[in-house]
Write a protein that binds this ligand. Structure first.
Ligand code: SF4
Length: 380
């Protein structure tokens, strides 16, 4: 079953830590972009079965409900959707209102994922976010009033000047809001992030590494007590409310990405669209064959994965899940005895309790998740 990802690269302002493919909102560019996106979707139509749509960004909630409806319609007319398909809209709280939420719900969206990041106003200001903690709470109320029964919130930990108590208060506030799903991300400071300069200028710092690990472990235990189950390194959900779309990335699934910079994986082929919004629009307008269809020129990278590369990716992504990797099934599928191949490098992690072997299954322990990247080097 395919997942469809639609990238919306517009934001009202640019956060000082953000390394995503995005730019400032411009209404005229947005209009052209939506048309290009619709054309790309229709051009890819092959009637394949699909069961998720994910509007990611950027800030997809800057689009009008009518535009979201137009894009969902293009997907529905191009692919075979099962009843009950999951349709997620990433939403920033400052773009939400009762009217817009009702419009998105009527357009067909049935899951909203709010980029809350923190329930402390001083932390939101340090990140350059436009909303307040109260606006985030209000946005969830608006979503509920509009009929959304599947709401996710993102929080970021290890923020500048964030103590363990500060982080705990944000997690408690999240629990009070009662979302069905939550994602907890560690702030990553990429080289040249403006936030780094802000931190140097203001004398802000992050807590020691050990504190970050404790924040992570504490929040997972606290969320478990509140009825959430961790299913991926950074994600928890109430029963049956895992992100069906994101599970495709972690379970070696297939998806088509539309829009600038979007990635796709189908069969054993991976490809990526041109990153620049302007270039994406320009290329989408090109019609060399004169048949009204896009050429393949939106794609700037394409690679056929060898079985070995496919296996490596499946190991990397699958180990992120709490269900772990079914080594026995993967060994059969790829014709390799994975235990024989990886037993020696995995042994120190198994002895340290960072990796757990149960029958034919291999998974990270919660402590192992803290150093997941190091452990995954075993598979390189
Ligand atoms: S709203 Fe999201 S995508 Fe936009 S700049 Fe901020 S972090 Fe980046």
């Amino acid at each position: 079953m395919l997942g469809l990802y639609l990238h919306i690269p517009f934001c009202s302002s640019i956060c000082n830590y953000c390394n995503f493919n995005r730019g400032l909102f411009d209404a005229a560019v947005k209009d052209r972009y939506v048309s290009a996106l619709e054309q790309e979707i229709r051009d890819a139509a092959d009637g394949s079965a699909a069961d998720t749509i994910f509007f990611g960004g950027g800030t997809p909630s800057l689009l009008e409900p009518a535009e979201i409806h137009r894009l969902i319609t293009a997907c529905a007319e191009s692919f075979a959707f099962l009843p009950g398909a999951e349709i997620t809209l990433e939403t920033n709280p400052e773009t939400s209102s009762a009217e817009r939420m009702s419009g998105f719900r009527a357009a067909g969206v049935n899951r909203v994922s709010f980029g809350v990041q923190s329930f402390r106003d001083e932390e939101l200001r340090r990140l350059g976010r436009l909303h307040s903690a109260d606006r985030a709470r209000q946005a969830v109320i608006e979503a509920r009033a509009a009929g959304f029964d599947n709401v996710s919130l993102d929080l970021m930990m290890w923020l500048p000047q964030q103590s363990r108590e500060h982080w705990q208060s944000s997690v408690e506030a999240l629990i009070e809001v009662e979302p069905e799903h939550a994602s907890l991300y560690l702030l990553e400071l990429y080289p040249n992030a403006p936030l780094k300069e802000d931190m140097a200028r203001a004398g802000w710092s992050q807590s020691p590494d050990d504190d970050a690990a404790e924040m992570y472990l504490w929040s997972l235990e606290r969320l478990e007590c509140a009825g959430y189950a961790q299913y991926e390194i950074s994600n928890v959900a109430r029963p049956g409310r895992q992100s069906r779309h994101n599970l495709k990335y972690w379970r070696d699934g297939e998806w088509l990405g539309f829009g600038c910079g979007a990635h796709s994986t189908r069969g054993s082929v991976r490809w990526k669209n041109v990153s620049s919004t302007d270039e994406y629009i320009a290329r989408a307008s090109r019609d060399p064959a004169g048949a009204g269809r896009l050429s393949m020129s939106l794609v700037v990278e394409r690679r056929a994965m060898s079985p070995e590369q496919h296996l490596e990716d499946a190991l990397f992504t699958g180990l992120r899940l709490t269900e772990g990797l079914d080594f026995a099934a993967l060994s059969r599928r790829y014709g390799i005895d994975l235990w024989t191949r990886y037993e020696t490098p995995l042994t120190p992690f198994l002895h340290a309790g960072l990796v757990v072997r149960e029958g034919g299954n291999l998974r990270l322990s919660r402590e192992g998740m803290i150093i997941a990247n190091e452990i995954m080097q075993v598979f390189v």
